[in-house]
Each structure stands twice: as C-alpha cells, then as structure tokens.
Design a protein around this ligand. Structure first.
Ligand code: Z5A
Length: 213
C-alpha cells in the first residue's frame, strides 16, 4: 500500500489527542509503522511562526478575518509541499491534527467569510489534494470548551462566543453529511467509547483499502 493521509477534526476539547493516539496504535497493529504526524496550522518552521500569530496575534494589532484565512492557507501549503506530499511519496502514512475542513468550519462557518472566496482560494492553493479519510469528532461546543478551559488560558480563537462555535459545529456537520471520506464520531461519549468507535471505524476502512489494492 502507498501512504495515506488521515485527518482528525473537531472543535477544541473534542478529544483529538486521544483520537490521534488511537489511530496511530491501530495502524501499528496493522503493521503500518512508518507514520508522520502533522498539526495545522503548523508543522514547518514557517507554518509554526504563522500558527503563533494566528493563535496569539501580535501586540494590539487586530488580525483581520481575511488575513487570518490567507495565513492559514500559507501555512497549509508550506506543510503540504514540504512535509505531507514528500512523506506520502515515501510510502509513509500521515496523521493530521486538523486540515482544510477546519478552515471550512472556522473561517467559513464561524467567521462567515464568503464561501466563493474560500472555495477559490482552496482550489488555487490545494487543487485536488485532500485527505483519504477524515474522522470528525462531533461535540457540543459547551462541553468541548469546558474541557479545553480546564487545561488553562484560552487563546485568541477560543475566546470567541458560543454562537461562533455553534456555527462552526453546524458547518462541520453539513460538510460531513455530504462527503463520504468524512466519518463522524460521537465525541460526547466516554473516552473509552470514543476509542472503541474509532477502532471499529478504522478497522472497517482499512479492510476496504486492502481489498482495493
Ligand atoms: N484553526 C482555524 O481557525 N482554521 C483552520 O483552518 C485551522 C485551525 C487548521 C488551533 O489550535 C486553532 O486554530 C483552533 C482552530 C483554529 N482554535 N481554536 N479555538 P490548537 O491546535 O491549539 O487547538 P485545538 O486543535 O482545538 O486542540 P485542543 O484544544 O487541544 O483540542 P483537542 O485536541 O480536541 O483536545 P484534547 O487535548 O484531546 O482534549 C481536551 C481535554 O478533554 C483533555 O483534558 C482530555 O483528557 C479531555 N477529554 C478528551 N476526550 C474526552 C472525553 N470523551 N470525555 C471526557 N474528557 C475528554
């Protein structure tokens, strides 16, 4: 099998860290050991510098929604061209903590940036590149934010209103319903049940990949 790109998505506090560890463990059980982990925004020195600006801003200068969007795509293409595509070419499997679906949900749904503008940018920057599988961890924002808060200070994006996060969730759900490469996981379950659901979903998906070879 050649390398595949699997992405974990969801609101803050959805449990992406546990999901990433679960996916890695299952892949290893299937003798897929050559793994590359990525996170977005970030994952290269330039993309990490952009992540810092996106998450924390600089001084009191307001970061406009469009500038945020452009920085996200700049960081993404640095990561795709310099890390993800070379890894896939070498036959590695890439496990991504967020990818373009986050932009559709946060900047499209949350910030309500123009859909056509985002689509045009996506097409120009990413072309046909997309994950082979996305696991979307669906969580009520109130529950997710409570979990995230228990870890400490909230960043620039986490300080937005609940309405903002409800719009993000709605956009995630709409896109997931219409894309069969996205599988929704109920992240409100106990960690043990989330892990079990991911194990089942991934085992089924992997068996289909093997039979497609
Ligand atoms: N962003 C964007 O706007 N547009 C984009 O295109 C991209 C990103 C790519 C990245 O920040 C920010 O950038 C993010 C979206 C935006 N901002 N916000 N807000 P980040 O990487 O720092 O944050 P994150 O991706 O949201 O990560 P997170 O907050 O760490 O979420 P998580 O990884 O899902 O959380 P976790 O660490 O796995 O779990 C949180 C806690 O909950 C932890 O203590 C767990 O033990 C607990 N937990 C997890 N699952 C459960 C269950 N099932 N029950 C009970 N407790 C649980």
């Amino acid at each position: 099998m050649t390398g595949k790109f699997i992405v974990i998505e969801g609101l803050e506090g959805a449990g992406k860290t546990t999901a990433i560890n679960t996916v890695a463990r299952i892949l290893k059980q299937h003798n897929i050991n050559d793994l590359q982990f990525t996170r977005e925004p970030g994952g290269t020195p330039i993309a990490e510098a952009l992540r810092d600006i996106i998450k924390n801003g600089i001084d009191d200068e307001p970061l406009t929604d469009k500038a945020e969007l452009l920085m996200l795509y700049a960081a993404r293409i640095q990561l795709i061209d310099n890390v993800i595509k070379p890894a896939l070419k070498l036959g590695k499997w890439v496990i991504g903590d967020r990818h373009d679906l986050s932009t559709q949900a946060y900047q499209g749904g949350g910030r309500q940036l123009d859909k056509t503008f985002i689509e045009m940018l996506k097409q120009q920057v990413l072309g046909d590149f997309k994950p082979d599988l996305t696991l979307y961890l669906d969580i009520d924002p109130e529950v997710g934010l409570m979990r995230a808060k228990s870890r400490g200070e909230l960043d620039r994006i986490e300080q937005q209103s609940l309405l903002f996060f409800n719009r993000i969730r709605q956009r995630y759900q709409e896109i997931a319903q219409n894309d069969n490469t996205i599988i929704t996981i109920d992240a409100a379950q106990t960690i043990e049940d989330v892990v079990r659901q991911i194990e089942q979903v991934l085992a089924t998906w992997l068996s289909k990949q093997v039979s497609n070879v």
